[in-house]
Design a protein around this ligand. Structure first.
Ligand SMILES: [Zn+2]
Length: 190
């Protein structure tokens, strides 16, 4: 594992913040650091916010910004020597845990895995199956590939999808919007 032939290996960052035994302290930005950065920004914004609706919207924006920050950090771990297209994902479970993921390519191209599926696999392997949102960060706010859309739809079509670029600009959609008429085995049986 340590022999991973990446040119810019960085210190491993925790990306499953509420999972026990995951080290939080790190020289790189962590989940907690990301929260503090957004919190600081939010405090400034909240001074100008009077209504409850605006406060609620600010709350959602805070979560979105935190997820983008985590996805951005996880993207730094992407192993993409063939395409050069680095992707980071941050999957928010209903219990508040965030699972990071990056794309991992392989000399045998077809074996490569996307950031979104990496994050989902990490969550499922920890026994977590209910998700609220997933942020995907690429250089140009690219959208998930068809395989990832199908993979995500297995665990809910209402999951919010945040498509962001590395500067933090984002658009919102859902898994259902990205993949209408997703394949389901139950469709075959009925
Ligand atoms: Zn994909």
């Amino acid at each position: 594992m340590d022999a991973k032939p990446t040119k810019r290996r960085r210190t491993r960052k925790p990306d499953s913040a509420s999972v026990p035994n995951v080290e939080i302290a790190s020289p790189d930005a962590t989940f907690l650091e990301a929260i503090s950065v957004v919190e600081e920004k939010r405090t400034k914004e909240e001074v100008q916010i009077a209504g409850a609706e605006d406060a609620a919207r600010a709350e959602v924006e805070t979560v979105i910004n935190v997820l983008i920050e985590i996805a951005k950090n996880t993207r730094e771990n992407a192993y993409a020597p063939y395409s050069g297209y680095c992707v980071g994902a941050a999957l928010l479970a209903t219990d508040g845990t965030v699972y990071g993921g990056c794309n991992v390519e392989n000399a045998s191209y077809g074996m490569s895995i996307c950031a979104e599926r990496t994050a989902v696999v990490k969550a499922i392997s920890e026994g977590v199956r209910d998700f609220e949102a997933i942020a995907v960060v690429t250089e140009d706010a690219g959208t998930p590939c068809g395989a990832c859309r199908q993979f995500l739809s297995e665990f809910g079509t209402d999951t919010m999808v945040i498509l962001a670029d590395i500067h933090g600009h984002y658009t919102l959609t859902t898994v259902g919007e990205l993949l209408p008429y997703a394949f389901r085995l139950t469709d075959v049986k009925s």
